[in-house]
Ligand binder design. Sequence first.
Ligand code: FE2
Length: 189
Amino acid sequence: MLIKVVSIKNFYKVNPIRKAWLKQIIDTDYRNKDQPPDSYSFPINSESIFFKDLYAKYMIVTREIFGDYNLAVDHNDGVWCYRSELNDYKSVWHDHTNTSTINGVYYLQINEGDTISFNKESKKKNNSSKKIPDSSDIIKYKLEESELLIMPNYLIHKPDPPTGNKVRYCLNMEITTKETVNELFDRLN
Ligand SMILES: [Fe+2]
């Protein structure tokens, strides 16, 4: 890939019964969320072991990919959800520079054919100028259920609208390190 995204297919397989239960938990947090109306994700408040386990596994796999790194004092191990459906979605270009170094998204449930779009001209440092890319700079990536994507904080992306009737549940996990994003992602070369 031109952009520094690591994909891990079948990162965390969830059986249908557990998935139905997790979706109920997430929907409860969605209904009770206390976020500004324009925000596109909300925190998972559940103490369920699944979310702790998912995050722990994410930390392990990032250390396998990047080698050792040090957590910053403002590191936060919360899991956030972006939930969307055919007639209820926010497809917004954004990056994660303000809140993380390594950004991860796990796809608990998506439709066959769902995609994420990346701005391949995302700059390593100053993203303030322009988040909405020219159409020639957009890379669309087809997702798989249970996949984890790991990307640098500066990579501008947007969740594309769902392509089917299934609710799309993306679980966002951030890591903030003492190392800079370039120090870490240059290790991928
Ligand atoms: Fe994001």
